[in-house]
Write a protein that binds this ligand. Structure first.
Ligand SMILES: *Cc1c(COP(=O)(O)O)cnc(C)c1O
Length: 377
């Protein structure tokens, strides 16, 4: 393709499929596995990823906002599409037009949906979001009974499910998740009584599926694990060989220029790095605009010829410099790996996240959503 960027994100479809199957196996065949494809599938491309998961049996998808749901439908994604962050009342018809499922957290939205349902002479299926300890979106536990009672009186609304979210399911040894789950179970049992039918229960995220399988219920909502990362940043400890998640994303660029400078030379803005001897420097066409966080200045590393090269000086908008003094024969055009493997070396999203004092989730979003992506088989 003409004018292609130096910076390329590759998404490995086989890894996405492997992860989906692995998580489905973990959750059990009776449990629906919802694929969280918000944030453009954590940087992996919402449409392409949703299609890939659909190919291996996925029938439930989760996004943040209604526009994402519309896009999925417009791209022919079948099954249930859950909208987790509510909606603006002027958009309510979209739920009916595109067959989307709202996850409710307030009565006002329920009323707006009911009015639209009556107007269109249709029914809409909703799920209820309960806040059992995340202290984020959702109605509080002591409001559930009243909420459901009120909801039953609204024409055109069918409450089919109840959901919650774990704040600490990435902590394998914590008793917090089992405790919160117990609470969720009690709440959802009383919700079933009010509804006089069994609601679809879902609360487990990746941490829940991997570390607290007893929390899987009727459906689970996987995000980070589908993309090949463990929520606690520990790569598959305690898992059998062949049963590990596979990171799907890699990020490559190339060397633009190579130069040798003497000792005592300042590098990049602010001269925050000064060479302590004769130094060979490779200039790379990747900067914070491409998702390479400026906090990686003087901290991060990349791979060239299968060896680690340290980022020296401040990362610029479109450029950064690495020390290649110890790597023989580096030339302009040589392949550089920012995320992924080269020969025997690997830089993972968890390692980069560690340098940034962040989590793999953010690294994947930053890289994937700021660069050209290619999906490979
Ligand atoms: C993002 C999200 C998930 C997925 O979380 P992971 O830790 O990435 O598995 C599940 N449920 C809700 C409500 C979310 O917003």
């Amino acid at each position: 393709m003409a004018g292609e960027s130096y910076n390329q994100i590759q998404i490995n479809r086989a890894a996405l499929c492997h992860n989906y199957r692995l998580l489905q196996k973990r959750a059990g065949s009776q449990t629906r596995l919802l694929a969280m494809v918000k944030a453009d599938a954590y940087g992996h491309g919402m449409i392409e990823s949703a299609k890939t998961f659909a190919d291996v049996g996925c029938k439930d998808f989760g996004v943040a906002e209604i526009g994402e749901g519309v896009q999925l439908r417009a791209s022919d994604i079948q099954g249930n599409i859950f909208i987790f962050l509510g909606f603006d009342s002027s958009d309510v018809a979209l739920f009916f037009d595109y067959g989307l499922t709202p996850v409710l957290y307030d009565m006002e939205s329920a009323k707006v949906l009911s009015r639209e349902a009556v107007k269109q002479n249709k029914e809409i299926t909703v799920h209820l979001k309960v806040d059992c300890g995340m202290t984020r979106l959702g109605i509080l536990p002591d409001e559930v009974e009243q909420f459901l009672t009120q909801l039953k009186q609204l024409p055109g609304i069918v409450c089919a499910g109840i959901a919650s979210h774990f704040p600490r399911a990435d902590e394998q040894d914590s008793s917090h998740t089992p405790e919160q789950f117990l609470y969720f179970e009690q709440l959802s049992a009383s919700a079933d009584k009010i509804q006089k039918h069994s609601l679809i229960k879902h609360t487990a995220n990746s941490g829940g599926i991997l570390y607290f399988p007893q929390t899987c219920c009727d459906m689970v909502r996987a995000g980070i694990a589908l993309y090949g990362y463990y929520p606690d940043g520990i790569a598959g400890v305690g898992t059998e060989a062949g049963e590990k998640l596979q990171p799907a994303m890699s990020f490559t660029t190339r060397v633009l220029q190579v130069k040798t400078v003497s000792a005592g030379v300042g590098v990049s803005y602010g001269h925050t790095y000064t060479t302590d001897g004769k130094t060979r420097i490779a200039v790379l066409p990747v900067g914070y605009e491409d998702g390479l966080s400026r906090s990686l200045s003087n901290t991060g590393e990349v791979l060239i010829h299968g060896k680690r090269a340290a980022i020296i000086g401040r990362i610029c908008m479109n450029l950064c410099m690495v020390d290649v003094s110890h790597i023989k024969g580096v030339q302009p055009g040589d392949k550089v790996v920012v995320l992924g493997s080269q020969f025997d070396e690997t830089i993972s999203g968890d390692e980069i996240a560690g340098w940034m004092d962040s989590i793999s989730y953010e690294v994947l979003c930053l890289f994937g959503n700021n660069n050209q992506r290619k999906h490979i088989e």
